[in-house]
Design a protein around this ligand. Sequence first.
Ligand code: KG4
Ligand code: ZN
Length: 364
Amino acid sequence: MLALETSCDETAAAILRGDRSGHELLASEVASQVAAHEKYGGIVPEIASRNHLVYAPRLLDRAASAAKTRLSEIDAFAATSGPGLASSLMIGASIAKGLAIGFGKPYLGINHLEGHLLSPFFGVEKNGDNDIKPNVSLIVSGGHTMLVVVRGLTDYQLIGHTVDDAAGEAFDKVAKMLGLGYPGGPEIEKHAEGGDPKRFDFPRSMLGSENFSFSGLKTAVRYLLAKLHVIPSEVEESRGVITVEFQRDPSTPLRSARDDKLLADLCASFQQAIIDVLVTKTIAAAQKYRVNLVTISGGVSCNQKLRGQMRDASSPKGIEFKSAEPWLCTDNAAMIAFAALLRLRAGFESHVTEEIDPNLALAL
Ligand code: KG4
Ligand code: ZN
């Protein structure tokens, strides 16, 4: 199975070999475009699609040579067909469709969220245990925060989603307020090391609901910064990159020991507020829907504190916990190839006339 992932600002290609007994990842290539978009302060769709056009053929070549195979030897082609940026999705899907038509092989359009959702089973399936067991799945990325009851492959029930910012988006926005780099999640996790997660009592919103809201938390951080006279100030750097400086007062040095402690406590307290919400709702959903497995996926699930605390909250309740390896949590094509392989084996195929869908839903 060869898969392409071009839903946003990563171009990725992967080749996965699979048979009834398991699978083996032969190649997984990712080209990040973070640097190309950084100076605009966000993703520019036109630039993303032009970069996908440049990178995708190179990644295909690299993947084929890493897998020691030729494109003509591939048995099926897949691409992310949504959700994502229309002009970016179109590049990967068009290439995969073209290859499928050219070589007379099946084509599979894969939902990006299904790729994340199945990723915790990637290693499991390799060991021959290829059932997607019933689970409550928490998908937490830069664009999505959702809780899904999974009853088996393709049987997904969306039970909760964010009503405003995604969890990863909250990490990114708060990191920006604190003058940290992009993506914000790993930056906040790093700076939270040694910080006191109880120092600032940030809100845990909508705990009684299966939906999520993180914009209040973001606003609470903003108000606290103002109260502490930590003024996020926009500074134009010489290379044209807009950054926000973290400063208590313009006259004090930026990196005093005191500021580092404050920054660590802010990061740890913010991170803990997000984790409390994610863990509480996921465990409550597992109990409500009577499943004894929870899985987490998406970029935010790289967070070691989140993984550790989800595991710690699961085991006393007799709930098993599974997460993908960190390299599989952020956007990649291996997860798309894996979803495609499972679907192909289960008898699913897409028609090459099937369009991409920027708003493709995982489940109703
Ligand atoms: O799944 P992903 O690569 O892309 C989307 O589909 O959105 O997720 C990217 C998001 C970013 O918001 C990033 O800040 C967040 O995942 N992220 C993290 C960590 N690593 C990545 N958030 C918290 N802690 C991390 N270690
Ligand atoms: Zn993603």
